[in-house]
Design a protein around this ligand. Structure first.
Ligand code: OAD
Length: 248
């Protein structure tokens, strides 16, 4: 892919780069996205049956087992060249912050050191009633589905954000602070349909940041991006880094 010279200059001059990522970032690691026709999770399952507090209260066994299956998919998954390129940015730019909607922890496994998880982490578990986090060893050892909280006996739930729930407030306020400071904002692999996360690219643009969109498909945020790089994260990101910093 050929890149605009002005874009390459902006990357080299950046003091702080923010990377906002969605499920497409992990697609090349074999993790299904949500909204793609045929392959997306929401093409096969109904979010209202699996990803809301009401769904959990109605059928905790089904919801727990669905997340256990998704954790199982993660077991063999590895960070792909897109995650690795994002982590590599840390050696090229003074400051890099990843703001992700993904719950898979692949940015951290690739080596990114500052990752804000807006939708939680699928490997975490906490009590539905008292909110206390649970030890993963105790969760694994439990034979109950879902396992029970060691403090209050309530049902344990995955540590992700469900529809109808608020984002973790510390994560959200840090993300907003980053946008006020970062000069370049990448928007990678997200359909940008789920609020409030989807408002971040609009906010970045209104703060005067350079917004770069990487996605094989058009999204509603194409209109706010100054640069649209049409392709897969695992191909475009490494090529872009090489074009901007050919000597590493
Ligand atoms: P979506 O499934 O809505 O969108 C995935 C996007 O990734 C689409 O725009 C694809 O075109 C793009 N894509 C696919 N393969 C790609 C690749 N190799 N490289 C780059 N882009 C690629 O996923 P999200 O936008 O992350 O929330 O969804 C947002 C939230 O909706 C999720 O965090 C989840 C979901 O419901 C909750 O569960 C609360």
């Amino acid at each position: 892919m050929l890149f605009d010279f002005v874009l390459l200059d902006k990357l080299r001059a950046a003091r702080h780069i923010a990377v906002f990522s969605g499920a497409g970032m992990s697609a090349e690691s074999g993790i299904p996205t949500f909204r793609e026709a045929h392959t997306g999770l929401w093409a096969k399952y109904r979010p209202e049956d699996l990803a809301t507090p009401d769904a959990f209260l109605r059928d905790p066994v089904t919801v727990w087992n669905w997340y256990a299956w998704r954790r199982e998919l993660l077991r063999d998954a590895k960070p792909n060249p897109g995650h690795l390129a994002v982590a590599q940015l840390e050696g090229l730019v003074p400051k890099v912050t990843v703001i992700t909607q993904n719950v898979d922890g692949l940015h951290q496994r690739a080596g990114s050191s500052d990752v804000i998880e807006l939708h939680g982490n699928i490997l975490d578990t906490r009590c539905f009633d008292c909110g206390r986090p649970a030890e993963s060893a105790a969760v694994k050892a439990s034979e109950e589905v879902p396992p029970r909280c060691g403090h209050c006996g309530g049902m344990l739930r995955p540590g992700v954000v469900w529809f109808g729930e608020s984002l973790p407030s510390a994560a959200w306020s840090r993300a907003s602070e980053v946008l006020e400071e970062a000069d370049v904002f990448f928007c990678i692999g997200t359909s940008s349909l789920v609020e409030p996360a989807a408002s971040l690219p609009r906010y970045a643009r209104s703060c005067g940041r350079t917004v770069i969109q990487i996605n094989p498909e058009a999204t509603s945020h194409d209109v706010i991006a100054q640069y649209i790089l049409r392709g897969k994260a695992g191909e475009v990101m490494p090529e872009l880094l090489f074009a901007a910093w050919p000597h590493g």
